[in-house]
Design a binder for this molecule. Sequence first.
Ligand code: S3P
Length: 452
Amino acid sequence: MNQTDPATPRPRRFAPGASLRGRIRVPGDKSISHRAIMFGALAVGETKVSGLLEGEDVLSTAAAMRAMGASVERQGEGKWSVHGVGVGALLQPRMALDMGNSGTSTRLLMGLIASHPINATFTGDASLSKRPMGRVIDPLSQMGAAFEASPGGTLPLMLRGASPGVPITYRLPVASAQVKSAVLLAGLNTPGNTTVIEPVPTRDHTERMLTGFGAALSVETAGDGTRTITIRGEAELQPQAIAVPGDPSSAAFFIIAALLVPGSELTIENVGLNTTRAGLIAVLRQMGGNIEEANPREVGGEPVADLIVRHSALQGIDVDPALAPSMIDEFPALFVAAALAKGKTVTRGLDELRVKESDRLAVMAAALTAAGAQVEEREDGLVIEGTGGDPLAGTGATAAPVATHLDHRIAMSMAIAGLASRDGVEVDDTRPIATSFPAFESLLDGLAGLDG
Ligand code: S3P
């Protein structure tokens, strides 16, 4: 009955299977999918999106934009049509906006609404309700919006937008594309210029896509890499046709599975390789991973290639903390690769992982340890002593399943650990996988010949 009851956890054992061979595609990029719907909802006319990720997080964004007056319709697999209302013309939603598990929906929409004459209530699931919103409340309050948040600056929260808002110049205190985007989106409907200074570059989809939609946005990069991004307010956005590239963060699980499972040679087609997202591939190559890029091209204004990944003997390394923002969502999967590498892998500078869908340092340390890996948890990273390619023991038949804490990336990472284990790994709940990668299990089962 678990299969059909959305309120009941769905545990599963991921056992070792066949080598991963053949060609696959991963779903559309989550960050770009959210933005395609939001920006389409602000452009007057029809925005057509293909390759949209139809995961729960993106559906939360779609529902919220509908609640504020846009028409957002599915026309076929990954094909969506958005009719926008125009910048400044979002409507007052009649009910609370339920953001589910999605931090991106919450923080970006807080930015959008902050400069509209709208009162909105944001709610979310148990994971999202623990995540810090103070990081967007601070700059958006400076722009004139008012907030009533739950203790600790969390959801549920109420937001009263300011119209007109006040333009600001804001230096990001944390490397966060969500905070950067929230301020820029508030700037869209604010008179004058709104500026974000980003000392450490983070994913730049908002900048690229807003420019594509016709906003006046400039980016200056200083000698030390600091980026200054300025948007001119009271923008008029033009509808676009957007092809969403495959999500490198979803590809990560299959890249690492193919590197770890002997005999694998897997082609993953159409993977987005924006440099602000491609840190994992650089790190895996440094570890000795054989990852080839074929057929490089552009999709939706983003660099894309097909990746050919072959089983490789991995070597532990010191991961350069400067790469962290360009692979921030990929650390849980990287920790699995490190657990099978030869020697020690040291990661640091990863404080942000403690405030993702779960505390990904603590949760991965516990899960990998339960699966037989040698892991030391430090304040800002994990130190992992790998097996040198031998499978992990896995979680025994009588052991408790590993706890995923409503975090899709923990569930998928530990599924891959199961493939690379002797006895398999039992995961307590696979439901959260649907937030970003609904087809993950069927794709994995098909490749590895598992029963599912
Ligand atoms: C995202 C930014 C990152 C990332 C998240 C998606 C985005 O979050 O972890 O999955 O689409 O802007 P932070 O901005 O909190 O680092």
